[in-house]
Structure formats: C-alpha cells, structure tokens
Design a protein around this ligand. Structure first.
Ligand SMILES: [Zn+2]
Length: 324
C-alpha cells in the first residue's frame, strides 16, 4: 500500500488563476528595450539576413518603426548607427551631424514620451571594426577614452535620454560621467555594458551593424566567458565610477551572472538578449521545430527570474502583442 503524499505542491497548479496568484516573476512591456539599427543612407530598409524581421533602415523608416512599437506599448529604444563613412579614428561617431545625432534630434522632435538610449562605441565607425584606437595591433585603452567622451557629449547635446557605453575600456564610466557633469548633463543616466563577455552569440549583430573586426578579436577588452567573479568586479567598478544601470551581455547563457550580480550589487540591472540568441529562436521556429512566441516568453521570463530588471531584446516588437 503506498503512502499518500502529505505535501502536494500540485494543489496550487490546478488552474491558470491559481497559477497566476502564486507566480513569482513578472514581465511587462515596461521592462523591454527595443534595439534599432539606423543607417545614414537615405531611403533604405534592408532585412538583416541572419536576423529575420530586424532591419537596417534609414532614419525615416526607423521613426516609423519606433512609432509602431510605441503604439504596441514599447517605450524604450536602444539606437545603433550605421554611418556612411568609417575611418581609423571613428570620426563620424562624435560628429554632431553623425547618423545618431541627426536621428536623435529628428525622433525627439516628432515622437514624445519615449526613452532613447544610445549605444556609445567605435566599432560601427572604425574602418578596422575594433572598438577603439589601434596601437601595436591592439585597442589602446586611454586614447580610446577620449573618443568615447566626445561621442557621449555629442549624443547628450543631440537629446539622448540615456548614454550606454559598450566598449569595455577601463575607466570609461568615470570619464564619461565627469564630462557629462561638467557640461550640464548631470541628469543624464549612464547605462553601462558593465559585464560584456567576449561571445560568439554576437555574430548576427556584426552583420547588422557591419562591425566585424578586420583582424584579431575582442578578447583583450571583453570578459572571458569562463569567469564570473570578474563580471561582478567590473560591474562594481562601473557603479563606483558613476553608472546608474549596469548590464550583463549576452543574457541567456549568462543567467548565473545576472543572478550573481543582482544578489551582490542590488542595482538596476539590464540584460541584453543578443542577436545570436534571437537568431537561434527564429531559425528553429522557421523550421517549425519550436513555437516561437511561447519560447520567447519562456526565455524572457527566465532572464527576469535570474534578476534582470529590464531586457534589451529584438523580440520586443513582436512579443509586445502577447504581454501586458
Ligand atoms: Zn564596440
């Protein structure tokens, strides 16, 4: 004769109303940030091969997409620029007439009640595709800081709501914070890509932003994926240097890092559900192997459950129809 169980966790799973009553994790459209690739070229809207339904598009089309996303309830956007001209010193990154600067002014003028976050880095703007100035075949930290400060100030002048440096140079948050403060932008928050790993999940993004390094890799500045204490240390440093929001990138294979950083630092935390994570879902669903929407919800909930407060995701636009 079997013993009847005394504890029955299944009691609270009996129907969806009960399950909703006891759910521990919340996901809302307020948590999502939608990345947008803006090309300086006029009149183009090209779908990115490895990222179905994501476009490289000129400012007007980008505005249209932001408007449509806003109507669905997405309010925060992360902007990446694809300039017409690239050179060794990324000069179009900090040009007040650069693609992001022009876009910021135009979007701000035409669309209200949204938050525009700008990615600050050099790799989309350098001819060699690295995130900074090259010296001795490697990215030179300190001379790159100067470019990052110039780009941040230029974005702030053009109307950015949040500055998001993604380069992983040492000391950049301190220098950007100081420059923003000294130039009357003390109220503009910094979202730091504080724990950005050297990852193969970025492949499709590099096609999108045309930022593949022409030699070497980014291992001398991005974190080794075998480490987690280092990610906590990097994030702690960025908070001390003045970051308002910290970030873990990628997200899905790094939920342990999200959990650890949230537990230890207890600061606003973003997770970047990156291009490779997006493309894997799209590829499998296009073959009919998975249910895309259900899988995306599970992924986004997992990232929130790990401890992220907000998620940067290419799924934002589509999944907005399925969450509150
Ligand atoms: Zn970069």
């Amino acid at each position: 004769m079997i013993e009847k169980p005394f504890y029955r966790p299944r009691r609270l799973r009996k129907n969806h109303i009960l399950r909703d009553l006891v759910k521990e994790t919340y996901l809302s459209k307020n948590d999502l940030i939608y990345p947008i690739f803006i090309a300086e070229k006029e009149n183009i809207k090209e779908e990115i091969n490895s990222m179905p339904e994501i476009y490289r598009q000129s400012i007007d089309y980008a505005m249209e997409e932001i408007n449509n996303a806003k109507e669905k309830g997405i309010k925060s956007f992360l902007l990446f620029g694809i300039p017409n001209n690239k050179d060794d010193i990324a000069s179009s990154a900090y040009d007040d007439e650069g693609v992001i600067q022009k876009s910021l002014r135009k979007i701000k003028k035409n669309i209200k009640d949204i938050v525009l976050i700008t990615d600050v880095c050099n790799c989309e703007y350098t001819s060699h595709g690295h995130c900074g100035i090259i010296k001795n075949n490697d990215v030179d930290n300190d001379s790159t800081l100067d470019l990052l400060v110039k780009t941040s100030l230029s974005h702030a002048r053009a109307g950015a709501d949040i500055i998001a440096p993604s380069d992983m140079m040492d000391g950049r948050i301190f220098n950007i914070r100081k420059a923003l403060n000294e130039n009357g932008f003390e109220n503009i928050p910094i979202m730091s890509y504080s724990a950005k790993f050297s990852s193969f999940f970025y492949g499709p993004f590099r096609e999108a932003a045309q930022s593949n390094p022409s030699f070497g890799d980014r291992k001398t500045y991005q974190i080794d994926y075998r480490n987690s204490n280092e990610a906590v240390f990097e994030s702690k440093l960025d908070i001390e240097e003045g970051a308002d929001i910290i970030m873990v990138k990628p997200a899905l294979s790094y939920c342990d890092i999200i959990y650890k950083i949230k537990q230890e630092l207890k600061r606003p935390l973003a997770a970047y559900n990156v291009s490779g994570e997006y493309s894997m879902v799209k590829a499998a669903s296009s073959k009919g192997w998975v249910d895309e929407n259900k899988l995306v919800l599970e992924i986004l909930y997992s990232i929130k459950r790990a401890g992220a407060d907000m998620i940067i995701t290419y799924h934002a636009y589509k999944i907005a129809d399925y969450i509150e």
